[in-house]
Design a binder for this molecule. Structure first.
Ligand SMILES: Nc1ncnc2c1ncn2[C@@H]1O[C@H](COP(=O)(O)OP(=O)(O)OP(=O)(O)O)[C@@H](O)[C@H]1O
Length: 396
């Protein structure tokens, strides 16, 4: 199943007066697994349905491989869609559910007739080919032993696999999936994630799936297209989106617990200070004004005294400790700003910090080298240059 590329150019859609998709541009490579991630109502499903041909765009163009498909009906596009509800027919066994769409496309109306259809010329060979494809798809999704069961007698994960097998049997170049994991319990969800990724790598088709769950997107995707308010705000690998968010909204949406944000001022020389701080901790090329600094929870070290050469440090006191199993969240309050801050430590790191006794009094949160992000007044990411201690002394 060679994958097909997907190219969206200025795709726009409104429902009534509500602009749901605004100039969407997106290029997905053959065989890539890309997720459309974003909050509820941002337009993800609408975009997927437009690519599938189930909904029409008002403006813009869609190319699948080299073919512009804007005028093609859904059935003529080389893709298969897997819905959140799986959309299986309850009165049919698994094999018939998988075979149905093949029978609709490969057999003529006469050949589909219950008794007569089976004896018409050509019918037997086509049915045999369909049956082979059903078997192949069932083998790939490991449901061959379930082919005679009805959907009601399957678990959620098995139904999900049937829906995937049905899509695969059509041998499409593109799989579109709308929240494929949202009906599964937490454990199954995690194992289905790797099954979908394996399937994508094994069959080579292009996968585009919609999710509002950042952990699905981070765990599975070659690239994430992050959508907000009908626009794609950023597209990149999970690591790029996490490490280099292009906007405050992206930084706040991705990451659990959420990124810590602190208000800062930029002076006319581009020096960055906390709103009520005197000492600059970095420089930037933003104009004089207010901005925000973001620090990921795992990018703070907790230390007794403010070290030399630090990029960004705050004095804080402990609010509470939340033990999450393999990691520990330290919820604290920064003294100068009165703002809350969260640090994420491994259990070993926590035990080390805790043994020093510093959590019982005032301590310092020191941002690690790659942990500081600067955002301008509109929320756009801005380049940030840490000042070394010697420069800070001079700048005072
Ligand atoms: N057929 C429709 N008629 C009118 N409005 C619609 C229709 N379909 C979607 N919308 C609106 O378009 C917006 C985007 O909906 P869409 O389902 O694409 O969002 P989504 O990001 O997939 O959300 P969710 O994660 O909740 O499924 C929403 O405000 C929704 O109410």
């Amino acid at each position: 199943m060679p994958g097909l590329s997907i190219t969206l150019q200025d795709v726009t859609k409104s429902f009534g007066s509500e602009a749901v998709l605004k100039d969407i541009n997106l290029s997905i490579k053959e065989g890539e697994l890309v997720s459309l991630l974003g909050p509820s109502g941002c337009g993800k499903s609408t975009l997927l349905r437009i690519i599938a041909g189930l909904e029409r765009a008002e403006a813009g163009s869609i190319r699948l491989g080299e073919q512009v498909v804007d005028a093609l009906p859904a059935g003529a596009r080389d893709l298969a869609m897997v819905f959140q509800s799986y959309a299986l027919y309850p009165h049919m066994c698994v094999a018939d559910n998988i075979a149905l769409s093949l029978e609709m496309t490969e057999l003529s109306a006469l050949q589909r007739l219950p008794l007569l259809g089976r004896v018409l010329p050509g019918s037997r060979a086509i049915r045999q080919a369909i049956s082979n494809r059903v078997r192949q798809a069932a083998d790939l999704t490991e449901i061959a032993h379930l082919l005679r069961r009805r959907p009601a007698h399957l678990s959620g994960g098995q139904r999900q696999r049937v829906a995937l097998a049905r899509a695969m049997a059509r041998e499409p170049g593109i799989f579109l999936m709308d929240e494929p994991l949202s009906n599964l319990d937490a454990k199954l969800r995690i194992s289905m994630r790797s099954e979908i990724v394996d399937l994508n790598k094994r069959i080579g088709a292009t996968f585009l799936f919609v999710t509002h769950d950042q952990s699905d997107a981070l765990a599975m995707s070659d690239r994430i297209a992050l959508m907000m308010g009908g626009r794609i705000r950023q597209i990149g690998t999970p690591q790029e989106i996490y490490d280099s968010p292009s906007h405050l909204d992206v930084a706040s949406f991705i990451g659990q617990p959420v990124i810590n944000l602190f208000p800062v001022n930029v002076d006319s020389a581009g020096r960055v200070r906390l709103v009520n701080g005197t000492q600059p901790f970095g420089g930037c090329s933003l104009p004089n004004g207010s901005a925000k600094v973001g620090v990921r929870p795992e990018a703070f070290d907790i230390v007794a005294s403010e070290p030399l050469g630090t990029r960004f440090a705050l004095t804080a006191r402990l609010d509470r400790v939340e033990r999450m199993g393999a990691e520990v969240l330290i919820r604290c309050r920064t003294m100068a700003l009165g703002a809350s801050a969260t640090c994420r430590l491994s259990v070993d790191q926590f035990d080390e910090v805790s043994a020093t006794g510093i959590l019982s009094g005032a301590f310092h949160l020191v941002a690690q080298k790659r942990g500081v992000h600067l955002f301008d007044e509109e929320g756009n990411a801005a380049a940030f240059h840490p000042l070394l201690r010697t420069e800070m002394e001079v700048a005072k």
